[in-house]
Design a protein around this ligand. Structure first.
Ligand SMILES: Cc1cc2nc3c(=O)[nH]c(=O)nc-3n(C[C@H](O)[C@H](O)[C@H](O)COP(=O)(O)OP(=O)(O)OC[C@H]3O[C@@H](n4cnc5c(N)ncnc54)[C@H](O)[C@@H]3O)c2cc1C
Length: 124
C-alpha cells in the first residue's frame, strides 16, 4: 500500500543496495532521485554466491526468472585446507586463525626488547 505522504528522497549510489531501495520506495509512491558517481553500471565482477536474504528479496521483486537465465550452476561447495583436503569449514577457519595467532605472538616476542619467551604465551 502506498505511503499516505510521498517524500522526495535522494539515494546516493546506483548499485545493488541503491537500486533495490529505489525499487521498494518507488513502489511505495515516493519521489526518487538516484545519483551515481560512476559513468555507467559496472559490467565486470565476480561470480557471487546467492542465497539468504538477497535471494528472498529477489524473489519478492519477481527477479528470479531473469536471474535464472544468467546463473552459473554450482552442484557442490566444499572447503579445503592448504593440502586440498576437504573438511569442516569452522574447523579449517579455527586452524587458520590459531596459526595466525601463533605467528603474531612470535612476532611480538621477537620485537620485544626484554624478550621473555613466556610473555606472549597468553596469545596462543
Ligand atoms: C571480492 C568481493 C566478493 C564478494 N562476493 C559476494 C558474494 O559472493 N555474494 C554476496 O552476496 N556479496 C558479495 N560481496 C559483497 C557485495 O559485493 C556487496 O555487499 C555489495 O556489492 C554492496 O552493494 P552496495 O550497493 O551496498 O555497494 P556498492 O556495490 O559498493 O555500490 C555503491 C555505489 O555507490 C556509488 N557511490 C559511492 N559514493 C558515491 C557518491 N558520493 N555519490 C554517488 N555515488 C556514489 C559507487 O560508485 C557504487 O556504484 C563481495 C564483495 C567483494 C569485494
Amino acid at each position: 500500500m502506498p505511503s499516505p505522504e510521498a517524500m522526495k528522497i535522494l539515494i546516493s549510489g546506483a548499485e545493488i543496495a541503491g537500486l533495490t531501495l529505489s525499487f521498494w520506495l518507488r513502489l511505495d509512491g515516493h519521489d526518487l532521485t538516484v545519483v551515481e558517481k560512476a559513468p555507467s553500471l559496472r559490467d565486470e565482477g565476480y561470480m557471487i554466491d546467492f542465497f539468504g536474504s538477497g535471494y528472498d528479496v529477489s524473489e519478492r521483486m519477481l527477479l528470479l526468472g531473469e536471474l535464472e537465465k544468467i546463473h552459473y550452476p554450482i552442484s557442490r561447495l566444499a572447503f579445503v585446507d592448504a593440502n586440498g583436503r576437504e573438511g569442516d569449514p569452522e574447523l579449517i577457519l579455527s586452524h587458520v586463525c590459531l596459526n595466525q595467532l601463533h605467528q603474531v605472538a612470535e612476532r611480538i616476542a621477537d620485537q620485544s626488547d626484554d624478550h621473555d619467551p613466556d610473555s606472549a604465551g597468553y596469545l596462543a
